[in-house]
Ligand binder design. Structure first.
Ligand code: ZN
Length: 353
């Protein structure tokens, strides 16, 4: 018997077909209607129903490009199950190039929302009632905040076995066993027992080719692990792609001033090692920022102008730091020459494409 069609926002998508559906969300002041575009790939055979979403923070745009590339993957022709691709969840923020909604709320703190709530609550309600109630797995794509660059990493509630399996399959170098933030899409999904992982990589309002490439590969690997697409033939996957952090800690500037970074993203640092210098414009007062622990740098602040107390480095701690180094070594060795074929600009203008 043929698989039943998938229904979303009153549209039916037949098994073995794909279609973009415009899910109506709200109107602008002008009464211009706004829609969240959702691409539904409804496989011929039944299987998991996975949502991959990006830009719930409207300025976190790497996920939009990750989803575009995932949708080009030819393996989707043999999809088992259903893929719901939602590249831009926060349409308002995306249009305005900001993290937030027009009322300055964070959509990722508005879940579960309600039908009669404020704008954020209504959008959250719409996403959960139209989309999340139909899915079995979720990958939520994020970047660091503006001027903060995250090393590709997965955040997940690892005590849930299926969530842990997705986190492991994704293959980002670092996994953080992250608590749930109230009001977030991830917390809501978890409360509904939907396995959910969050990918963090790069910074807001920027594309980063290495981050995008690792995000695309991660989504595809999770789909393979869930048997939505066929396993890859050829050499076996390496044993050490990811290492789970024991904890993580932000390091803050001790004085106001101008920061010169010393440690790089992904670098191993020891306790007391210098991460950055912060000085006044003449360099008369100068303070070294040092690492409070041994670990790997998983986020750096890219804006040299800092205030006292500002978070400038994020360090992940590990029970076995050498294992995290192995995961970083594998990550470095795997990302070379990963430019998308129709992308002409490499990560840095001075790199060869
Ligand atoms: Zn985010």
């Amino acid at each position: 018997m043929a698989r039943a069609p998938f229904e979303i926002a009153g549209t039916q998508i037949k098994a073995g077909t794909r279609q973009t559906v415009e899910v109506p969300v709200a109107k602008l002041y002008t009464h211009t209607p706004l829609h969240i575009p959702v691409e539904v790939v409804h496989g011929r055979r039944s299987g998991p129903v996975m949502m991959v979403c990006g830009a719930i923070h409207g300025d976190e745009i790497n996920g939009v490009e990750i989803i575009r590339r995932v949708l080009k993957n030819s393996a989707l022709r043999h999809l088992r199950g259903t893929l719901l691709a939602v590249p831009i969840v926060n349409i308002f923020g995306f249009v305005q190039r900001t993290r937030y909604l027009p009322d300055r709320r964070d959509l990722n703190r508005c879940f579960p929302g309600s039908e009669s709530g404020s704008l954020g609550g209504r959008i959250a309600y719409l996403i959960r009632s139209q989309i999340m109630e139909q899915v079995t797995h979720i990958i939520d794509l994020h970047t660091g905040a503006i001027h903060r660059f995250n090393l590709p990493q997965i955040r997940a509630e690892l005590k849930k076995p299926e969530t842990a399996r997705m986190a492991e399959a994704f293959g980002a170098p670092i996994i953080i066993n992250a608590g749930l933030r109230e009001g977030s899409l991830r917390a809501y999904a978890d409360s509904q027992d939907i396995p959910v992982i969050t990918f963090e990589g790069g910074e807001a309002l920027r594309f980063d080719q290495v981050v995008i490439s690792s995000g695309v590969k991660g989504v595809v690997r999770v789909m393979r692990a869930l048997e939505m697409i066929p396993a890859r033939r050829g050499p076996k996957a390496p044993k050490k792609r990811s290492e789970t952090a024991a904890s993580s800690q932000w390091v803050r500037a001790d004085i106001d001033g101008i920061m010169r970074p010393v440690a790089r993203l992904g670098q191993k640092v020891s306790k007391g090692q210098r991460l950055a210098m912060v000085a006044d414009p003449f360099g008369e007062t100068e303070v070294a920022v040092t690492s409070p622990c041994a670990g790997i740098v998983i986020c750096v602040n890219n804006l040299p102008l800092v205030n006292e107390g500002e978070a400038i480095y994020h360090i992940a701690r590990f029970d076995e730091l050498s294992e995290a180094e192995k995961a970083m070594d594998y990550f470095r060795s795997s990302y070379e020459n990963q430019l998308d074929e129709d992308t002409v600009v490499p990560a840095h203008p001075w790199d060869e494409g």
